[in-house]
Design a protein around this ligand. Structure first.
Ligand SMILES: [Zn+2]
Ligand SMILES: [Zn+2]
Length: 420
């Protein structure tokens, strides 16, 4: 325990009076129960939003940027977070004065660059790593219901053991062969008195301009390591197949450049009964086109002809869509029924506001009428009898009424052509 009870009370009073600093959780838009991941995610978003490079000349943004960095630094470390939770700002201050590890109150740009693996700034002057594209397959139900999921990828990260220096002791020296330029000028004699100057990569330091005596055993002096890194992915309701989600500066990290963007493309997964249908919903077999859904429903001859049937279709979120016809309502084979409001939720860039929460595309139900393979002889006879009886009364003869001629017609010209 760091402080006695009386000291604690005193400290609290002081913190309120003197500092008046904003609560770290509030700064990050979180509460005390926030997980490590939420803290990271909040910092990721806010630090980019308020970064001075993105808000030139905006002092408020600059102050916010500093605040956010400070809050993140305090809350991202388990020990300092615990101290902050118990003793607040003043507790942290004392902890720092006592030389407590973990909390250094860094330059906010430093915090930013360590987090994103870059130089602390955005912009062209900075070298930038390549963007990286990944495809993540998402089940249709997740496009419909929305889902926050996580995937892992093998990300290049700055080696934590050596802090990206590549040296076991953290000591990096300027390469003596090239004076840190990474390149050397070599003079070739082409002919007596004629020289050519060629710039070559320094072979002592491999063009980096730096040497280390003791390589970091963790990264073998490479300054970076690859490791499986989880990424949280939020699929919003109704997002389109092929949506690209951009994670700024979260591609491979390297101490010498700002990481490129990680670009995730959401691809609709082929439906599979085994893995994607824990709730046994019919919707797995919906097909999606934009905001609309398509479904094929099978009817027997009797149902198609006489009506008086119902079907309960379990939608992607488990709610029931009822299809049906009253007695006497005929359904044609191939007929398409449009059910309004039972398609995909219509995605909106502003998120799920009250205005479009209830907007959905259409569901198209296509009916397939299946005739029996065989009719039992007695049944066929009776059925045919009924048909014949009614045809005589008021039926139409398709052969006559179609307007087609009784016999094949062949014109004289046609015949001549045939003979040729
Ligand atoms: Zn060199
Ligand atoms: Zn290392």
């Amino acid at each position: 325990m760091l402080f006695g009870r009386t000291a604690l009370l005193f400290v609290w009073g002081l913190a309120q009076l003197v500092l008046g600093t904003e609560d770290y959780y509030k700064v990050l838009g979180l509460n005390k129960q926030a997980t490590e991941k939420q803290i990271k995610s909040a910092y990721r978003q806010l630090s980019k939003k308020y970064h001075p490079d993105k808000n030139p000349g905006d002092d408020t943004a600059h102050d916010k940027f500093v605040e956010v960095s400070e809050a993140y630094e305090a809350l991202s470390d388990a020990e300092t977070r615990r101290i902050y939770d118990q003793y607040g700002h003043e507790g942290l201050k004392q902890h720092k004065q006592q030389g407590g590890g973990g909390f250094h109150a860094h330059d906010p740009f430093d915090v930013f660059s360590r987090f994103f693996g870059g130089g602390g700034h955005f912009g062209q002057q900075q070298r930038r790593g390549q963007n990286l594209e990944v495809k993540v397959s998402i089940a249709l139900r997740d496009f419909y219901n929305g889902r926050t999921t996580e995937f892992e990828w093998n990300k290049q990260q700055i080696c934590e053991a050596c802090d990206g220096t590549g040296a076991a002791d953290g000591k990096v020296e300027t390469c003596r062969a090239c004076n840190g330029n990474g390149a050397r000028v070599v003079r070739h004699q082409l002919a007596p008195g004629m020289f050519q100057q060629v710039q070559m990569q320094c072979d002592e330091c491999g063009g980096t301009g730096r040497t280390v005596k003791h390589r970091c055993p963790h990264c073998q002096g490479n300054r970076v390591v690859r490791k499986s890194t989880p990424v949280s992915l939020t699929v919003q309701r109704g997002m389109a197949d092929g949506t690209r989600v951009v994670y700024e500066n979260e591609a491979d990290a390297h101490p010498d450049y700002v990481a490129g963007d990680l670009i995730v493309t959401l691809v609709e997964k082929e439906p599979s009964l085994d893995s994607d249908n824990p709730d046994h919903v019919d919707g797995v077999f919906f097909r999606r086109k934009g905001d609309d859904l398509y479904w094929r429903e099978v009817l027997s001859l009797r149902e198609a002809l006489f009506g008086d049937w119902t079907r309960n279709l379990t939608h992607l979120d488990g709610h029931i869509v009822r299809l049906g016809r009253k007695e006497g309502e005929v359904v044609q084979h191939g007929q398409v029924e449009t059910v309004e409001g039972e398609g995909m939720p219509i995605w909106h860039e502003d998120g799920e506001s009250v205005y479009h929460k209830t907007q959905f595309g259409k569901l198209y139900v296509e009916y397939t009428v299946v005739l029996p393979d065989q009719l039992e002889a007695g049944f066929r006879k009776e059925l045919k009898g009924v048909f014949d009886k009614y045809r005589k009364k008021k039926g139409v003869d398709l052969h006559k009424d179609s307007g087609r001629p009784e016999k094949p017609v062949m014109s004289d010209e046609g015949r001549e052509h045939e003979e040729l």
